[in-house]
Design a protein around this ligand. Structure first.
Ligand code: BES
Ligand code: ZN
Length: 854
């Protein structure tokens, strides 16, 4: 495929060291800067091309090391290519130093060098300056070779107002007050690193005392002086750093590690070397007052970003097609690290839920391979999706299980050691793993990474119950299969043979495979612990054996989720009757397992959207049948010493019962308890979000007002978000309209608006009016939200069940040029195909659900 590569920089000049001085003016929301770049020039070009966008270039000159000549080029800024083009009237050679004076604006777009605001204790508004450069926005802060394989050393100086804190990637070396009262803060040279990992943060931050891990000071910094909110993050950060250095067998590569809470943030967190930035709610929490689920999330986010210090920062992909290497591996490590921190959280089971999201997208015709060509910078943005993170993470876990955890770990360590300070492609990872394991890693993994989709393994049992036959086909939600696609599938069978439980491992690379047991089996589970990234379709006889033995006693937690997920997917695709899912839903006995409840809740919601009134009555009865016994046992109050996961389960069961189960007495109780809590406290932290959501869903305008007030007055981002999300649960279109207007008002941070917009659009009762609002207000939404989050406002159309509504969505999307709808074509096609799948499923099930639930 011949491609226009004009957005790529020529390689005849390579930077080795940047000296950057920046002076941000927080009040005027702008900055001025100077950069000196040491270059090594090869060949004899007359032109230098580097990246810059939305910067004013005041002066440029180049001093050639050999001759000492000072050359002044002609300057051109190419806005479309985001390039600064320097034309000299003579040929350039050898080492040289390029110097540029420039100015820019601290923007409100949450990218590049941007402005974020916060409330001081006295209620007044303060401003900070901060950065977000990944994927290609360093060029918005200083002219640079903004591609990941132009690694260089960065020496940063920040000139700030007296009294402010400033952070960059390395240790502060000196801090000098200048004649005009400003303070010049000089940071140590970094290791060689990519531009997208550079960070500058300036503001009145509070900073924790450091925790020292193997000589590395680890700190947390934020705009609140309430240090109770730092404790948990510090503890997790300390564990993550220690654990990961041990796992990789490589010391942490920088001199210090700060974790910084930033009030306005587009992504969740960002792995800037030594200066990791986070949304406030993903870093700060009082462990005595925060829900378990939020603490777990914070722990995984910190572990994820810390893992990037090696995987991404020390060893970096050559180009953005390799972003999966970064993110899949950080995802794998976030779970591994958090699992080591707190085994009772059963993080891998939690990851199964995340993985099912990837199976959901990867079962579409419009899916893409995990590794996928990326051309222009905008295309990199579309790569941060469930295929990169969750499918990528899941197939790495599958490989780890296949190779053995220690062999895998040693392979990773070998890869990182070999390529430290360098750039890699995917094949480098396979080489390292093959060298250590002696297994054909590349051949196996390319079927999962280089082609889209995944198989469904059809399992059947011979008459004599001794031989299992496995056949692979591509799984597709449109109910068809792709017979030509093949995967190298690591399959583990667990079977009961004459009362003895045995495991058998095989690699299924052919269209079909067989395994014979020594004696007839009592039952067989295919895909032990569901480590494989595929679905299983059991033959009727194998399914009966499992049901007969009791799903609840035979299956482990991950297998139980896989059975629920695979059955639900088959129902969605129309290949098995709904009764098979409801049978499984009862038989797995979700009990105290929060992930099983998540799975059930999602399916129940989808059925409610698909069904008619009679269906919904039957669904409510079914939900009560599932949830009532568990709720009766768990009740409102935590029992002393109960496990953390029970607290999570309690919240989920409460929601299923009050919402899907339409238990009105329970809903009224939840509303009362929330009101009481808002004036006097008292609710266990885990139940606040659930009670807020139930209140808004059932309590009309009064409850909406209550939760809105709670949102507006909550001091912490973490608390605010819970209430904000709950507002999307109103069934009343006019209140939903109020919520949507709120979303784009100054009362909601631009990085948070999508929670509310997405919530209203995913809510069956408000999705029609919500869609009308979104299309009528699109220019306003697109203007206000960070571009990378717009897709999250569109995504909920995948839950639309009405064919007419779907047609409206499609024609609106078609009428939008890409400039107005900055979502990559692949991502958009996936959303629309999911919508079609939902519409088709609803068409099949509507009116049939009551009967199927029995
Ligand atoms: N590198 C990403 C941040 C990022 C995402 C930058 C998209 C640019 C575009 C970071 O490591 C990350 O993966 N953050 C996640 C949170 C994480 C814990 C899964 C995010 O932002 O959602
Ligand atoms: Zn990441």
């Amino acid at each position: 495929l011949a491609q226009d590569q004009s957005y790529r920089l020529p390689t005849h000049a390579r930077p080795s060291r940047y000296e950057i001085t920046l002076q941000p003016d927080l009040n005027a929301a702008d900055f001025s800067g100077h950069v000196d770049v040491d270059l090594e020039i090869t060949g004899s070009p007359r032109r230098l091309v580097l990246n810059a966008v939305e910067l004013e270039i005041d002066a440029v000159h180049l001093s050639a090391a050999g001759t000492g000549e000072d050359l002044v080029p002609q300057i051109r800024l190419d806005e479309a290519e985001q390039q600064l083009i320097l034309d000299f009237d003579q040929e350039l050679r050898g080492p040289a130093r390029l110097s540029i004076d420039f100015r820019g604006v601290l923007n409100d777009k949450l990218r590049g060098f941007y402005r974020s605001t916060f409330r001081r204790q006295d209620g007044s508004e303060g401003t900070i300056a901060t950065t977000q450069f990944e994927a290609t926005d360093a060029r918005r802060a200083f002219p640079c070779w903004d591609e990941p394989d132009f690694k260089a050393v960065f020496a940063v100086t920040l000139i700030v107002e007296e009294g402010l804190a400033a952070f960059s990637n390395s240790q502060l070396e000196s801090s000098v007050t200048r004649d005009d009262g400003t303070v010049e803060m000089r940071f140590a040279d970094t290791m060689v690193m990519s531009t997208y990992l550079v960070a500058f943060v300036v503001g009145p931050f509070y900073v924790s005392e450091p925790v020292v891990v193997d000589g590395i000071p680890v700190r947390v910094a934020a705009l609140t002086g309430n240090f109770d909110l730092y404790r948990f993050a510090l503890q997790v950060a300390e564990h993550s750093l220690r654990f990961l250095a041990g796992y990789f067998e490589i010391p942490y590569p920088a001199g210090k590690l700060d974790h910084l809470a930033i009030p306005d943030f587009a992504a969740g967190a960002m792995e800037n070397l030594g200066a990791v930035t986070y949304r406030e709610n993903l870093l700060l929490a009082d462990p005595d007052a925060a829900p378990q689920i939020e603490l777990q999330r914070i722990a995984t986010v910190i572990a994820h970003e810390t893992a990037h210090m090696w995987f991404g920062d020390l060893v970096t992909m050559k180009w953005w097609n390799g972003i999966w290497l970064n993110e899949a591996f950080a995802t794998f490590m976030e779970v591994t690290t958090t699992d080591a921190y707190q085994p009772s959280w059963e993080m891998w089971k939690g990851f199964s839920t995340a993985k099912s999201g990837a199976l959901g997208i990867d079962g579409l015709r419009a899916t893409r391979p995990v590794e996928y060509p990326v051309g222009r910078p905008e295309e990199a943005e579309g790569m941060f999706d469930v295929l990169t993170y969750q499918k990528g993470g899941a197939v790495l876990k599958m490989l780890e299980q296949y190779l053995g955890a220690d062999v895998f770990r040693r392979g990773i360590s070998h890869y990182l050691t070999t390529h430290a300070y360098g750039n890699t492609e995917t094949s480098d990872l396979w080489d390292a793993l093959e060298a250590i394991s002696g297994e054909p890693v590349r051949t196996i993994m390319s079927t999962w990474i280089d082609q889209g989709g995944y198989p469904v393994v059809r399992a059947s049992l011979s008459e004599d119950a001794r031989t299992v036959t496995l056949e692979q086909d591509r799984f597709l939600y449109d109910g068809t299969t792709g017979h030509d696609d093949r995967w190298a599938i690591p399959v583990t069978l667990r079977a009961s043979v004459g009362g003895q439980v045995v495991s058998e491992r095989l690699l299924v690379a052919e269209p079909s495979a067989r395994h014979s047991f020594e004696a007839p089996v009592d039952w067989v589970v295919v895909n032990e612990s569901a480590w494989g990234f595929y679905r299983v379709a059991y033959s009727p006889s194998m399914w009966s054996l499992l049901l007969g033995a009791g799903l609840a006693s035979v299956l482990d937690g991950q297998e139980r989720l896989a059975v629920l997920g695979d059955t639900w997917a088959a129902v969605t695709a129309g290949t098995v009757p709904l009764s098979q899912w409801s049978e499984a839903a009862v038989a797995v006995e979700a009990g105290d397992d929060p992930e099983a409840w998540t799975s059930l809740a999602l399916s129940l919601k989808a059925l409610e959207r698909a069904g008619d009134d009679a269906d919904r009555d039957a669904l409510a009865a079914f939900a009560r049948r599932l949830a009532e016994p568990v709720w009766d046992r768990l009740g409102w109050l935590p029992t002393p010493g109960e496990s953390d996961l029970v607290a999570v389960t309690r919240a989920r069961v409460l929601r299923v019962l009050a919402d899907s189960g339409r238990d009105e007495a329970l809903a009224a109780d939840a509303r009362d308890r929330l009101s009481a809590h808002l004036s006097n406290g008292g609710l266990p932290p885990d139940l606040i979000g659930a009670c807020a959501a139930i209140s808004v869903a059932t309590g009309g305008a009064e409850a909406f007002e209550t939760v809105l007030k709670a949102y507006l007055s909550a001091p912490l981002q973490q608390d605010k978000l819970r209430f904000l999300i709950a507002l999307g649960d109103t069934p009343d279109p006019s209140l939903a309209g109020q919520a949507l207007d709120l979303a784009v008002s100054p009362q909601v941070r631009s990085g948070d608006a999508w929670y509310l917009i997405g919530g209203v659009l995913a809510n069956h009762s408000t999705q029609v009016s919500g869609w009308e609002w979104l299309t009528a207000n699109w220019p306003r939404v697109a203007e206000r939200l960070p571009q990378s989050l717009l897709v999250r406002c569109i995504e909920p159309v995948a839950t639309f069940t009405d064919a007419g509504q779907a047609a409206l969505v499609r024609s609106w999307v078609r009428a939008r040029p890409e400039a107005e709808l900055p979502v990559t074509p692949v991502r958009l096609a996936q959303i629309l195909e999911r919508m079609d799948v939902t519409v088709a499923m609803a068409g099949r099930l509507r009116g049939q659900i009551a009967a199927a639930l029995g």
